[in-house]
Write a protein that binds this ligand. Structure first.
Ligand SMILES: C[S@@+](CC[C@H](N)C(=O)[O-])C[C@H]1O[C@@H](n2cnc3c(N)ncnc32)[C@H](O)[C@@H]1O
Length: 230
């Protein structure tokens, strides 16, 4: 990865490689210098660094669990502190003006707070300019498994995680009235992004190895939501 060292990426991953996911998610988007991008639930800021370096955009890097100071230090280390602004905030109550952002990008975090009928339209949408680019990627399911959980997955899927993982059909109505040119797809990078994470020595990655081996491509996926604000 030309934008960050492998060592830096491995140290700061919090799940399946956010940089690999962001690379696929943003590939055909018209992200340009001068745009204001909301990186929603940016974690340790890998996707914010990636977007600042690749597209030369201004990134507002919002996260709840990770402090703004820790992320500021990472942005300085990577030389993007002039372009990326670290913000410690709950996605449910962000300190921004309405009609502010040219784009929102979110990798592996939207499902924590956006898995309901109101978050997009009432909380996120007002902060976006008309026609702003929307690109969200998060873990999901090939179909709704909740009423009939496969026996072999029961030891690995925690109830809380499962309550946030849904199918494309489940997500679609949350966006269809509010996003134009809506595209909802299964992402191609599932295997590559997971493999990179599972090969780290992060204790969460180690405990995920058996889950992904048992799933073996049957149930879990990565979903992308793309389009433009109406
Ligand atoms: C699995 S981590 C992924 C982080 C990063 N996007 C990545 O892919 O490496 C999930 C992130 O969602 C963020 N998150 C969860 N709930 C949130 C909320 N209510 N507001 C803001 N961020 C939230 C957490 O702070 C955490 O960093």
């Amino acid at each position: 990865m030309k934008y960050m060292t492998e060592e830096f990426i491995n140290k700061n991953m919090m799940g399946p490689s956010s940089v690999i996911i962001a690379d696929e998610l943003t590939k055909n988007l018209d992200l340009k210098k001068g745009m204001k991008i909301l990186d929603l639930g940016c974690g340790m800021g890998l996707t914010s660094i990636f977007m600042a370096k690749k597209y030369n955009v201004q990134v507002f890097a919002v996260d709840l669990w990770i402090s703004a100071t820790d992320n500021f230090n990472r942005f300085k280390e990577m030389g993007v502190d002039d372009l990326v602004i670290p913000i410690h905030s709950d996605a449910l109550n962000m300190p921004f003006s309405e009609n502010y952002f040219d784009a929102v990008i979110s990798v592996d975090s939207y499902h924590y707070f956006g898995n309901n009928d109101t978050y997009f339209k009432d909380t996120l949408k007002p902060l976006l300019k008309k026609d702003a680019i929307i690109a969200l990627a998060f873990p999901g399911m090939k179909y709704e498994v909740h009423k009939n959980i496969p026996e072999e997955m029961k030891p690995y899927w925690e109830e809380e995680a499962l309550s946030m993982w849904h199918s494309i059909e489940w997500w679609k109505p949350k966006f269809s009235k509010h996003i134009k040119n809506l595209e909802i797809n299964e992402m191609k990078c599932f295997e590559k992004a997971w493999l990179k994470w599972l090969n780290t020595d992060n204790p969460y990655a180690i405990s995920d190895r058996e889950m992904i081996a048992t799933d073996n491509g049957k149930y879990m996926n990565l979903i992308s939501i793309k389009g433009f604000n109406i």
